[in-house]
Design a protein around this ligand. Structure first.
Ligand SMILES: Nc1ncnc2c1ncn2[C@@H]1O[C@H](COP(=O)(O)OP(=O)(O)OP(=O)(O)O)[C@@H](O)[C@H]1O
Length: 384
């Protein structure tokens, strides 16, 4: 029997997997309505589209280089040196202020400089010549870093809005009419249970269903999808990598969408600063290309274009990879190519294996969903 095919109706739900709360109410009814089968877009297409995502276009933009950066590169002076020394008096900065191009001066030095050139009405930067904001607009160090953080916060807020738009409406079952329903209106709580990762990996999908009722009560603790990264009382270590295993049509995609929507609406998991929602179907399209993790993020989530490698390193990220059973990547966890730099280019498979193993962004959370037949692609040792 093809393990990936939809299962018969009325079969008891499996444990250590994701199950409909009431079989009669969720899976069976859904099957009658007809579970939507996912279709893979043509690989030749450069626009990525899924049934629940907006259309994304793959494009690259070179990182904008600030005038300050250009000037610094030209002068060969390090940023630290520039920040500690006034370019006018060449002494240690006193009451430091920055011009709009990012150069630092003692407040008194820059004000006297502009006073001297007042006749020409000039308020250009003495260092790079760029026109600057007036003296009232000069910024202190704390104001300047505040502006940078506000910038990042704006980007993250924009990302939340974009994910909210993407997840708030869904196609129900096989309804291809284009009429989309609000996820919150139809979402029913699913029955997710914790399982030993070894059990999940060795079990055949049908055996899981058959033996569901006989399994150890220890694992029979229902978990809300929003709590998927919260450790249970008897769990000692934090949960970093989660693999959610469930039969076809049981609601894995709905769960990751609900999780993402609640996060984007500011309701749950607010300790996560960026959710990166990806499906293996989308990743298949670039499986032969070389990307860095940072580029991957920018390509699939254009709202994150302004997020730099430095910001990624200090942000709590959550990567959601939906539908491992649809993956055409060859995830080789024995490959010794170690990646630890988010700007290092590699194959998508290597990016994923390094991310899952914790070599790349060791503090990033990872959530993978799969039908049981494909779950053994992730070694049990990598799953918390
Ligand atoms: N929590 C839920 N509440 C209400 N309806 C649901 C829920 N989960 C799933 N459904 C219904 O079941 C259909 C299939 O769900 P979903 O695509 O999430 O399943 P899946 O487990 O990801 O399936 P596959 O393995 O085929 O990808 C949805 O289109 C929806 O109609």
């Amino acid at each position: 029997m093809d393990q990936c095919e939809d299962r018969e109706e009325g079969v008891p739900p499996s444990k250590s997997t994701l199950c409909g709360e009431h079989e009669s109410q969720t899976k069976a009814q859904r099957k009658k309505r007809g579970t939507k089968r996912k279709h893979e877009p043509e690989p030749s297409c450069v626009s990525l589209k899924s049934d629940w995502s907006e259309e994304h276009f793959i494009y690259f933009k070179s990182q904008p280089v600030s005038a300050a950066e250009r000037a610094r590169k030209r002068s060969g002076v390090s940023e630290e040196e520039q920040l500690s020394c006034c370019a006018l008096c060449q002494d240690v900065l006193k009451d430091p202020v920055s011009t709009s191009c990012g150069h630092w001066f003692c407040r008194q030095c820059i004000c006297s400089y502009w006073d001297q050139s007042a006749s020409s009405g000039d308020s250009s930067c003495p260092q790079c010549g760029e026109r600057s904001r007036s003296r009232a607009g000069l910024q202190t160090a704390s104001q300047s870093s505040c502006v940078q953080n506000v910038g990042l916060q704006e980007v993250l807020d924009e990302h939340k809005i974009s994910l909210r738009r993407r997840c708030e409406r869904v196609n129900e079952g096989s309804d291809e009419t284009g009429s989309r329903t609000l996820l919150n209106r139809i979402y029913t709580e699913l029955y997710i249970t914790e399982g030993q990762s070894e059990e999940v990996h060795i079990q055949h999908e049908v055996r899981q269903l058959e033996t569901a009722s006989k399994m150890d009560a220890l694992h029979d603790t229902p978990i809300r999808c929003q709590d998927i990264f919260k450790a249970l009382p008897d769990q000692q270590r934090p949960i970093r990598v989660v693999l959610t295993n469930g039969v076809a049509g049981v609601g894995k995609t709905f769960s990751v969408q609900k999780f993402t929507l609640d996060w984007a609406e500011g309701l749950e998991n607010q300790h996560v600063s960026v959710v990166v929602l990806l499906s293996f179907r989308e990743l298949n399209l670039i499986r032969d290309e070389q990307y860095s993790l940072l580029e991957l993020l920018h390509v699939f989530h254009p709202t994150l274009q302004k997020v730099t490698a430095e910001k990624l390193a200090v942000s709590q990220l959550l990567f959601i990879f939906d539908g491992l059973d649809e993956s055409r990547l060859s995830l080789d966890f024995t490959n010794r190519k170690l990646l630890s730099d988010v700007t290092q280019k590699s194959s998508v498979s290597q990016l994923l294996t390094n991310l899952i193993q914790g070599n790349l962004l060791p503090s990033a959370l990872v959530w993978i969903t799969s039908r049981p037949a494909a779950a053994n692609q992730i070694p049990p040792t990598c799953v918390d």
